[in-house]
Design a protein around this ligand. Structure first.
Ligand code: FEO
Ligand code: CA
Ligand code: CA
Length: 736
């Protein structure tokens, strides 16, 4: 029997997000200087948490920052939920959580109920909820159900991602027992897995206690990893996009590993392709030109691989006549029918979907760059100014990016809607990568062919701007962007305009031979439980000059995640987290629009799960600069070959239960990811992803041994990823 694959299995596509493909050596001089200076101060003594004088430019005094902090417009109005390892979902007293949309639930009334024993057909999955619910957005629909009405909180379209699968729960116990080797798969199993990925569009209607799905709705739609998508923007039609499926390089099949999301002011949804690289079968490097080898290695790694789920490898070969399986094989010129060497260039994009046009073909917006796109969250659209999106590349030591549209926003376009408006704003613009300096300043560096470092990059000769976009990571390497501790969600504070970025963790930070500490990634430690590097993660905050998206910014570390009792060590628990608000591995981060200033924070953790399942917290953040620079002393991690080191980093004001409070704890083995709300702020949609994912294949016939059975009956049901609707029993505003 083979191991089951799940999101955090090291062989699964999402297991790859803790692998580094960044050998660029990008480290700034400032980082090295700071590390050396700090090392000396460690040797001189003092283990106290020091607020040091800061040698940066224009950080502003603490008094200036405090004066600029808007007083919180309201207080958090719920009791903190306790940490828990129970196989249960917990919300505060006075709140109700109902399950809305579980993996396998039928999109239409004529699809049979989900058997949830692996017997449901592959084809039926194109009309069922996919697995691993992730990023999500609510779009208001008018009360008649005929057109968009952004203000309606009683009827809407909920659009959500299906990032991945828990393979062991998709197939029958007999199939699991027979093994599912990645080198010889059953074709129908592949088809089911392909259909369980992608995006759901479902009409939801306010009902007693929450919402229900309208199965009769003509808006309901599934987009899967097999659905045709158009390539749009500068890389459309490029030689590097040509496949046997689209000899002119203008289309591809599927959107894949849809993680977090974004949205546009004209009512469309953005789905972001994250860990697509692991799905492809990759050739031996010797089969490739030096240039192709460099490109492949930067995204897929150096070794030949069968593809994590083996979608390129149906037993007996691809007999589909339509390259349904060959298309996952990047080997040049294998099998007469196949040349999909560029197929992975058609993945890794931000993809625009128009939920109000069910017949429309999704468009992959290549101007926003190609990498492991976590999400794409917008700055507030301002008339006469460009539109701006902030985007994380979630893999170890990758970068933060920003897209700025070439055209200025015209509010009249909001009412027009549709992908044609997307063509106007999302197909032409500038892509930037972020560099963080030790003094708390930072800069956005444009990734353009004319940049001297890109034009003369010795590691890879870019052919044109399309090549720069297709290989954004290589371009960002060339210009010296700062390698980060896995950039996940971004979010823009609706009041301050400041940009928040979760950095979930980095098991290798500070390891000799890896990326050293720097001010923006300033901690390494061993948590005493086998987790090293930066096991718990942190959250950065950026203020762009004058509040207008610009080339320069100031930044601080809003929060350091930690276990509250982490050896009582203020160099680990830098933000002073307590029992009511400690957390590990921040991932989802989203600002309420109904309650401006309220931020939701979600975790995807494997380091603190001995104490608590993953969780969601509510926060009322202040502003960049509201804290003080802190000297953080990292103790040597012997297995990493490093030594005690100290880095000074600009830190935000420590948290208190008034500014950060745990709101929800999920069932065992899940992560919490994806959040949206009705415009009135009285219903919150939250996704529970992969409960029970660590269940062993050997236990598949024994529900009593499952890691989780949520949301079904304990000891009976297979667990299911699901969307929750959270409401307040008194009908009030969530969180307040
Ligand atoms: Fe899909 Fe980086 O989380
Ligand atoms: Ca995520
Ligand atoms: Ca994650």
């Amino acid at each position: 029997m083979t191991d089951p694959l799940s999101k955090h299995h090291p062989l699964s596509p999402n297991g790859l997000d803790d692998l580094s493909r960044n050998d660029s050596g990008n480290v700034s001089l400032e980082q090295l200087l700071n590390a050396r200076l700090s090392r000396r101060s460690v040797l001189k003594g003092g283990f106290g948490l020091a607020a040091s004088s800061f040698f940066g430019v224009g950080m502003g005094t603490a008094e200036e920052a405090a004066a600029a902090v808007p007083s919180a417009p309201f207080a958090l109005g719920f009791n903190a939920v306790a940490k828990s390892v129970a196989d249960a979902l917990t919300v505060p007293p006075g709140y109700r959580a109902t399950v809305l949309w579980r993996v396998g639930d039928p999109l239409h009334g004529n699809i049979p109920d989900y058997a949830n024993d692996g017997s449901d057909s592959a084809a039926s999955f194109a009309s069922r909820a996919g697995d691993h619910h992730d990023g999500m957005h609510y779009f208001g629909l008018n009360q008649a159900g005929t057109a968009a009405d952004a203000a309606n909180s009683r009827r809407g379209l909920l659009v959500l991602n299906h990032e991945n699968i828990t393979q062991v729960f998709l197939h029958t116990s007999a199939e699991v027992a027979a093994g599912m080797p990645a080198t010889a798969r059953v074709a129908a199993q592949i088809d089911k897995e392909v259909n369980a990925h992608g995006v759901s569009v479902i009409e939801v209607v306010r009902a007693q206690g929450g919402f229900r799905v309208n199965q009769d709705s003509g808006w309901n739609r599934r987009i899967t990893a097999a659905s045709v998508a158009d390539l749009s923007g500068p890389a459309r039609g490029d030689d590097l996009m040509v496949t046997r499926f689209s000899p002119s390089g203008v289309q591809t099949r599927g959107t894949l590993n849809n993680c977090a999301n974004g949205y546009t002011p004209w009512g469309t949804y953005l789905t972001c392709e994250e860990n697509w690289a692991g799905y492809f079968k990759t050739p031996a490097p010797a089969a490739l030109s030096a240039r192709a080898r460099t490109a492949l290695k930067r995204y897929h790694g150096a070794a030949a691989k069968p593809g994590s789920y083996g979608w390129a490898n149906p037993a007996g070969g691809d007999a589909s006549g339509a390259d349904l399986y060959n298309r996952w094989d990047l080997t040049p010129g294998t099998a007469a029918a196949s040349d999909f060497r560029h197929a992975s260039n058609t993945m890794g994009w931000v993809v625009e979907i128009d939920p109000f046009n069910p017949a429309s073909t999704p468009r992959k917006r290549t101007a926003l760059g190609r990498f492991a796109h976590e999400g794409a969250m917008p700055a507030k659209a301002v008339a006469g100014k460009p539109l701006v999106y902030y985007m994380g590349d979630d893999a170890r030591n990758e970068y933060l990016y920003k897209f700025v549209s070439a055209r200025n926003w015209e509010p009249a376009d909001a009412a027009l809607g549709g992908l044609v408006i997307g063509d106007k704003y999302l197909d032409d613009g500038k892509l930037y990568a972020a560099r963080f300096q030790a003094d708390g300043s930072g800069e956005w560096i444009e990734l353009k062919l004319g940049h001297p470092a890109i034009a003369a990059y010795p590691a890879y000769a870019f052919a044109d701007q399309a090549d720069v976009l297709i290989h954004s990571r290589l371009a960002a390497d060339a210009v010296g962007a700062t390698p980060m501790d896995r950039p996940e969600w971004t979010g823009v504070h609706p009041v301050t305009g400041e940009v928040y970025l979760t950095l979930t963790n980095n098991s290798q930070r500070g390891k000799v031979g890896g990326k050293p500490l720097d001010a923006a990634n300033p901690r390494y430690y061993d948590d005493g439980e086998g987790h090293t590097g930066n096991p718990n993660g942190h959250i950065l905050r950026l203020r762009e000059n004058g509040g207008i998206p610009a080339a320069a910014f100031k930044w601080d570390i809003y929060l350091f995640a930690a276990e509250s009792d982490q050896f009582g060590n203020p160099h680990i628990n830098v933000s002073g987290l307590s029992d009511d608000n400690d957390f590990s591995s921040p991932d989802g981060l989203w600002f309420s629009q109904a309650a401006p200033g309220l931020m939701w924070l979600q975790t995807d953790d494997g380091a603190y799960t001995d104490v608590s399942n993953c969780m969601m917290l509510a926060a009322l953040p202040g502003r960049q600069g509201d804290g003080a620079p802190v000297e953080i002393i990292s103790r040597a991690v012997p297995s990493h070959g490093n030594s005690d080191q100290s880095v000074t980093a600009p830190a935000g004001k420590p948290a208190t239960p008034a500014t950060l409070r745990r709101f929800l704890v999920g069932p065992r083995g899940c992560e919490i990811t994806g959040v949206s709300e009705t415009p009135d702020g009285k219903a919150l949609f939250v996704n529970i992803q992969h409960p029970g994912e660590l269940t062993a294949a050997a236990d598949i016939a024994h529900p009593a041994r499952f890691q989780s059975c949520w949301p079904g009956a304990a000891g009976v049901d297979r667990p299911r990823s699901a969307t929750l609707v959270i409401t307040k029993e008194d009908g009030g505003l969530i969180g307040r």
